[in-house]
Ligand binder design. Sequence first.
Ligand code: ATP
Length: 479
Amino acid sequence: MAAPNIDTIVSLAKRRGFVFPSSEIYGGLGSAWDYGSLGVELCNNVKQAWWQWMVHERDDIEGVDSSIILNRLVWQYSGHEATFHDPLVDCRECKSRLRADKLDFEEGALPTDVGEIAQLITQKRARCTNCGSTDLTEPRPFNMMFRTMLGAAADENDPSALAYLRPETAQGIFINFLNVQTTMRRKIPFGIAQIGKSFRNEITPGNFILRTREFEQMEMEYFVRPDAEHSKLVDEWVEQYLEWFVGLGLARDNLQLHEVPAEELAHYSKRTVDIMYRYFPERPEAERQWEELMGIAYRTDFDLRSHSNKPTDGEGNRINPDSTDDLSFFDDGRKERFYPHVIEPAAGVNRTVLAVLMDAYSEKTNDKGETRVILKLRPQLAPIKAAILPLAKNKPEIVGMAKAIKRSLQPVLRAVYDDTGGIGKLYARQDEIGTPFCVTVDHQSLEDEAVTVRDRDTWEQDRVKVADLPEHLQARLRG
Ligand code: ATP
């Protein structure tokens, strides 16, 4: 079972401290969210799982952590200043500003480019998602990069002070390509991975943490020879990612591939395959149930070449007169110099977290006929691994023993102590936040130095010696 819709997760997330609407006491800030005490642990666990899988367990990937604000020229030569646009449409009726490709189109109409959308608007076959009106303007480009000013600029429009918040982490990798390659003595092929915040002034953010203006990405740029089998490499990364997502607990049925049509490709891409997740299972039309979880793009040598000072255009002029370096690679073995080509798997932390929460959601009925929510998170991702619960909170010996057990577990796994309710309520609360094990200390424990370990998914209980507890839990957490 998975969550029936995103709203179920929104209310669980708020109720239990995963995610809160941001700036709530001031009326909120359109589609901004703050991660609570459990949410931050879940995000960290997802990022840690990715880093472990991508960087530590492979032989061919290095990490990097670049600045969010880069020299403006980075965005000029990457093409983002000129082309990082979404098509914007205004509704003349309710004055909403809408992303053209997210309008409500007439049944059966699935436009694949802006030209087709414009036609549908003229034919009144597209509607405002807010008020349903067909009185819409023509689509026009809107640049999604957030602008800011660096230093004590005198004038808000001073071009020498203009800077952007990065809309992708990838460019911080490209401009460090030579730094990483030379310091880590790497040969092609190898990759550079980065996790960090990105910012896009989305026209229509929404659907909880699926589309926000501030979000986090896990990106990896894999540098290969110009004559590598690029399309095959895209397919290989797609397969590896599908496996990784299934390992995080996503059902394979809730994942689907989407080959991006040529006319929708980003300016740098020759091929992109998106991995889609079924974020909207409640929608009756099957094709509207899916949204992008991540994309795997073949970026050619576009970025390294654009940031290099050597390449020239057809008339012999340098395409980048501002760069001070050449980001090509010299292959010692073959005595050849070339610009490496790039395969890029780019995933969102927040979209991964949402998919993980949706797939982990389940309900179970207890002997009293009450429905309980169980968040069946993979132990690796669970914010809390074990909750230590005293059966009688008015018995100092039991409380003392429970607290001592919690402290002894802390160095090896994330454990909490809770005595704020009856045992049934405490179990239910831990089930709902995905804690794999509850450890109960009772009267008997004082005599036999043993505790009850309750399994979140089966509700089965085992008696375990306190001395064996850290090892016992660790073994079961490893699965
Ligand atoms: P979309 O088509 O949904 O706007 P995109 O194709 O522009 O996404 P990419 O540029 O491929 O997205 O970015 C890589 C990943 O970063 C996405 O697959 C997604 O997981 C994440 N991402 C992109 N934009 C957002 C956003 N506004 N909010 C949350 N995550 C995002």
